[in-house]
Each structure stands twice: as C-alpha cells, then as structure tokens.
Write a protein that binds this ligand. Structure first.
Ligand code: SF4
Length: 204
C-alpha cells in the first residue's frame, strides 16, 4: 500500500508520496506550474520558458515545499528556476566544459583519465540544477539498455589497466536497485589484477 507523508506549505499538496520514484514521476516539469505553485508573477515566465527549452525543469514537491513562496531570490528557487540568462552566450563558455565528448568510447562510458572510467548509471536527478555542468550532455545517446552495456563492458575487459569504475550520471541512485546491482555484478565479473574499486558519485 502506498504511504504518504504530510508536507506543510500552501504551495504544496497536503500529501506527498513517500516513494521517491513516485515523487520524481510527479515532479513539476513546466514553468507555468512552477511559477503558479510558488505565487511568482508572470514576469518570470518568458525567461523560465526560454531556459526550460534548453534544459528541462524538474522540481518534486518535497523540494518545492522548502522554497519560500513569492520570493524570487530564494536560493533554493534560484537552483531550479530557469531564466533568460541561460540563453546568452559568453566568450570562453562551452557546452562541454569537462571535454567529455572526445572520451566516450562506448555508450554510457567516459574514459578520460588513466586507470579509471565513469559510467552513466542513470540520466536522471532528483532536481535539475540550472548550473549543472552536464546540462548539455547527450543522455539520450548514453542511456544503454542491458544489451547495449556490453560494448562498454567489453571495452573494460580489453583494458586491464582500468581498476576504478565511478557510477555517475545524473544521479546514480536514481537507477533502480536491480539495475545498479546488475551493473556492479557485470563489473565484478571482469578479471583485473587488482580488482575493481566502485564509487558512487554525483558529477562534481
Ligand atoms: S548532475 Fe548534479 S548538478 Fe546536474 S542536475 Fe543532477 S544534481 Fe544537479
């Protein structure tokens, strides 16, 4: 049976599901709803629409409940509210600040440094932060199915110098337990001289 918790605040529905998966599936994903729920004036909408077109809004109720309504300067709001500034270009600013585009030998795999790789275990996060340095990352091309993971796993089998696998994303914990366990099992089955070290990490 689905349990609910009560979160107070006029801008949040009385009951929020305790399952994080359900909270995420019901997250606010459009500027109109976000501004309306927080009592923000329509002056914020054009910028919010413009930024949202570049990088989707994602704000679950549990996060929304912690934002002060009708306060455009609330720091938690600034983390998730798109603005028109996001459409501006600046000299020296690039869409791939980590220079990962040239280091993706297989779907879902980034190999930039010696001895270690990063796996895109999940493309999702609990919120979408406006400052995310992977906001332009092509997640749709790097969310492998189990059969598609084989290419990345073969790559690891063929490079015995690699002994550290960082599970990242997105938020690796947004993947299901079953998927994470499967991925770790696959990595553990790869023979290496030193064995693998596994790290769960956000991409910062
Ligand atoms: S990867 Fe990190 S910074 Fe980017 S949206 Fe997810 S939580 Fe925010």
């Amino acid at each position: 049976m689905q349990e609910n918790i009560i979160i107070t605040g006029k801008h949040v529905s009385a009951q929020v599901p305790t399952s994080w998966q359900q909270q995420l599936s019901q997250a606010i994903r459009d500027p109109v709803t976000l501004c309306k729920r927080l009592g923000l004036s329509s002056q914020w909408l054009p910028g919010a629409h413009a930024g949202h077109r570049l990088f989707d809004i994602c704000v679950p109720d549990a996060y929304l409940a912690r934002i002060v309504p009708n306060d455009p300067q609330d720091p938690l709001l600034l983390q998730v509210l798109p603005t028109g500034d996001e459409t501006q270009t600046s000299p020296g600013y690039v869409t791939d600040p980590l220079e990962e585009a040239d280091h993706r030998p297989a779907k879902g795999l980034i190999h930039k440094y010696a001895n270690r790789v990063l796996l895109i275990a999940s493309p999702a996060c609990a919120i979408n932060c406006r400052y995310c340095f992977r906001r332009h990352f092509p997640y749709s091309d790097n969310s492998p199915s189990r059969s598609q993971w084989q290419e990345a796993l073969d790559y690891l089998r063929n490079d015995t110098t690699i002994h550290e696998a960082i599970l990242s994303g997105g938020d690796p914990l947004a993947a299901s337990d079953r998927q994470l366990a499967w991925l770790v099992d696959q990595l553990e089955s790869i023979p290496t001289s030193n064995g693998y070290a596994f790290i769960l990490a956000y991409p910062w």
